[in-house]
Design a protein around this ligand. Structure first.
Ligand code: CP
Length: 310
């Protein structure tokens, strides 16, 4: 089999072929095996410099990139805007050029501005990985979600996946739609109209999506229900009548958990607003894979660092 050409950036899943995604998931499997050993480290990236550039808060993504780089024996530096020369007015481009001069091989960037990783990739000669930019994309989250679904259900093709919640503000939703549809899943977007935006907007890019405003209808026959965080920081006032109303119509409540059934995976990228989009009962149910998603994040990020540094 001819392998797809190696790339130097992963900014979204829109330009990743099915074969590339398959390769990344297969490498993730090998990385999970490394992480199951007593000594969770291999020398694959010894001597390489990875810079974690986080201009927006993160727990899971930042720490898992750090653990992933260490497990591959790379040198990892954590950069945050606070305490850096960005506070003195240094631009993103100059910051990236500075990191280049300091010997960075891979930059991992999270930024509140959609598109910031493309700017970085234009001015940095090493590899760039998007760790989440504005509403645009979160490719490593979508890859770890694909990996977790396949690990638990054996395949992604032909599965029925419902993504419910604050879709209009969600980079996780966008990257997951690219990844899930490319891997052959049937995706339903479920949200109140104010948190979805115009249906035509979605259907113009992904004509096979199903759009629903009723979670009770959408979950019938679903293999996976993925709840999204209400992103209060990106939300204008007036999009929802009240949080209680939202939970009643779109939350994974204990009542809906009973309807969903034990064979259906419950997912959430985190961080969760427990009691709003997902109840504590649903988050900790036997069919919840939320902790597995976090665990798999390290192996997926190892696979990407390894692939891009290769
Ligand atoms: N899912 C996710 O991106 O979580 P963090 O914001 O904690 O990285």
């Amino acid at each position: 089999m001819e392998h797809p050409p190696r790339r130097h950036q992963v900014i979204d899943l829109d330009d990743l072929s099915t074969e590339e995604i398959e390769e990344i998931l297969a490498t993730t499997e090998s990385m999970k095996e490394v992480l199951s050993r007593e000594i969770k480290q291999v020398p694959a990236l010894r001597g390489r410099n990875v810079v974690n550039m986080f201009f927006e808060d993160s727990t899971r993504t930042r720490i898992s990139f750090e653990l992933a780089a260490r497990a591959l024996s790379a040198n990892i530096v954590n950069f945050t805007a606070r305490g850096s020369s960005v506070e003195k007015g240094e631009s993103l481009i100059d910051t990236v050029r500075t990191l280049q001069s300091l010997g960075a091989d891979i930059v991992v960037i999270r930024h509140s501005q959609s598109g910031a990783p493309y700017l970085v990739a234009r001015h940095f000669q090493g590899a760039v990985i998007n760790a989440g930019d504005g509403r645009h994309a979160h490719p490593t989250q979508a890859l770890l979600d694909l990996f977790t679904i396949r690990e638990r259900l054996g395949q992604v093709r032909d599965l029925r996946v419902v993504i419910v919640g604050d879709i209009v503000h969600s980079r996780v939703a966008r990257s997951n739609i690219w990844g899930l549809t490319r891997m052959g899943a049937h995706v339903t977007l479920c949200a109140p109209p104010t948190l979805l935006g115009p249906s035509q907007h979605w259907l113009a890019t992904w004509p096979n999506l199903t759009i629903s405003h009723s979670l009770d209808e959408a979950i019938k026959g679903a293999d996976v229900v993925m709840a999204l965080r209400l992103q209060k920081e990106r939300m204008q006032a007036g999009l929802l009548p009240s949080l209680r109303e939202y939970t009643r119509a779109y939350g994974i409540t204990p009542e809906r958990l009973a309807q969903i059934g034990e064979g259906t995976l419950i997912m959430h990228p985190g961080p969760m607003n427990e009691g709003v989009e997902i109840s504590p009962e649903a988050a900790t149910a036997p069919n919840s894979v939320i902790e597995a998603q976090v665990t798999n994040g390290v192996a997926v990020r190892m696979a990407l660092l390894y692939r891009l540094a290769g």
